[in-house]
Design a protein around this ligand. Structure first.
Ligand code: SF4
Length: 453
């Protein structure tokens, strides 16, 4: 397996951006993230996907990603930008941090890399998948996009030239100059602030808090859309005093209207001795945030009515949400509250709601079927087409039993996975039907939002 891993990393390296030669030491210094790894010829950095080869810094993961997946924007802890928007999610290999609770450790931590999970994409491939599936936004996500910088920037610029927006989901342990480049080509930032405690960063993530806070302020000053999320982890950062520090810092540095998401933790990687975060703890965290003056606070990964709705100052319900589903109910086509007329805090509120291909009645006859019963723990699934890449796209119909909702999704054509989630407390089961020779597999997703943190 080591040989396969080395082969994968050695294949088509590219000269990296953001480094300098330290001639007197015979090393190159990488300046992409605050680690500033100083590397002799042949050495790789902490992330294991950048290294000194012959006196130049190379990136080894250009275009290398887990399978492209169609999801909705809510999976990225983004609630104030085009609710319900379909996105294409791509995630690289390697990471500049080493969080003990990482859910993506098989791709983020190179020593555990499963090479079979890795695909190769050119920027034009990403554009073609979007065009084939009529997807208008790409998300750089899963394990952190920081160490994918060159591919992210090249592809985001190409996508922008073709009218496709981009979203950057990151722990944001990165330097100022690369962020300046990102601000020029990324539309939405979703930043995972893990704690306000320096020792938490040092011990649990192997990073530092200060640079993360500086970069968050940099994005805020740029005016780009930004939302903040925090994984609430039992015994590590779930005390009300810790939550209060996060809310206080946001109020003092970003203002009160940047959305804050609290996301439940599920035991993973090296932090498995505790249980998952309770809904009560998340609700308490939300109350603490509100008491500090945060205007918009949401709970990620909680499939319950009334925990993540958006209200206008006048009390009018603007957007109702259940899990990853959103319904705009109180915003006019001009983006104002339908009761008091104040501007809504949601950008492009109706854009995706009117364009969504979901939620319509199906009339086709299918010859293949699968069913899945939602459980307390599992409220999301990946529908996946396995085996050889399927060139021709094919349609899959998902009926949310117990409700009138029917969702049509497309697999194939470069898209191997589509996310489907529970859409209403009334739905206990889904029925999945399709035509054609391909097998559609169902992979339960335990804690969806955690995958992106
Ligand atoms: S991006 Fe990688 S090589 Fe560069 S400084 Fe960070 S950990 Fe080191």
């Amino acid at each position: 397996m080591k040989a396969a891993k080395d082969k994968l990393l050695d294949a088509s390296p590219k000269v990296a951006a953001h480094w300098q030669l330290i001639e007197e030491q015979g090393r190159v210094e990488c300046n992409l993230c605050p680690r500033n790894c100083k590397l002799r010829d042949g050495q790789s950095g902490f992330c294991r996907v950048r290294g000194n080869r012959g006196g130049q810094l190379f990136t080894f993961n250009y275009g290398k990603s887990v399978a492209a997946t169609e999801e909705v924007i809510e999976t990225e802890a983004v609630y104030h930008f085009s609710p319900g928007k379909r996105i294409l999610s791509l995630g690289n290999i390697g990471c500049m941090m080493a969080c003990t609770f990482c859910q993506n450790w098989q791709t983020s931590q190179i020593r555990h890399l499963d090479v079979n999970a890795v695909k190769s994409y050119a920027p034009t491939d990403v554009l073609e998948i979007c065009q084939e599936h009529n997807i208008e936004m790409v998300s750089w996500t899963y394990n952190d996009p920081v160490v994918w910088h060159e591919f992210v920037c090249d592809t985001s610029r190409l996508l922008r030239q073709n009218g496709i927006r981009t979203l950057y989901k990151s722990a944001f342990y990165i330097q100022e100059d690369p962020v300046r480049e990102l601000i020029d080509c990324i539309d939405v930032f979703s930043i995972s602030l893990k704690s306000m405690d320096e020792s938490f960063y040092r011990q649990v993530t192997k990073g530092k808090l200060g640079p993360v806070l500086d970069r968050i302020r940099q994005v805020r000053e740029s005016g780009r859309h930004m939302e903040i999320s925090q994984l609430v982890i039992p015994k590590l950062n779930d005390a009300p005093a810790e939550i209060e520090k996060t809310a206080r810092w946001m109020i003092d540095n970003l203002g009160n209207d940047v959305p804050l998401h609290f996301v439940g933790f599920h035991p993973a990687y090296r932090y498995t001795e505790v249980s998952r975060t309770s809904t009560e703890t998340l609700l308490q965290a939300r109350e603490v945030a509100f008491s500090q003056g945060i205007k918009y606070c949401y709970l990620g990964n909680v499939y319950q009515d009334g925990v993540s709705d958006t209200y206008c100052n006048c009390g009018k319900l603007l957007v109702s949400r259940f899990g990853l589903s959103s319904t705009v109910v109180g915003i006019t086509p001009t983006g104002h509250c339908s009761d008091c007329g104040d501007p809504s805090p949601i950008h492009f509120a109706l854009e995706a709601q009117s364009l969504s291909c979901a939620d319509r009645r199906d009339t086709r006859i299918a010859d293949r079927q699968n069913r899945f019963e939602w459980t307390t723990e599992i409220s999301s699934l990946h529908l996946s087409v396995k085996g050889r890449p399927v060139v021709e796209p094919f349609d899959v119909t998902v009926k949310h039993l117990g409700t009138p909702l029917v969702q049509n999704v497309r697999l194939g054509g470069g898209l191997e996975r589509v996310l489907v989630s529970k859409k209403s407390h009334r739905s206990d089961e889904i029925s999945i039907t399709w035509n054609g020779p391909h097998d559609v597999h169902l992979f339960p997703v335990l804690d969806l939002s955690l995958i992106h943190i």
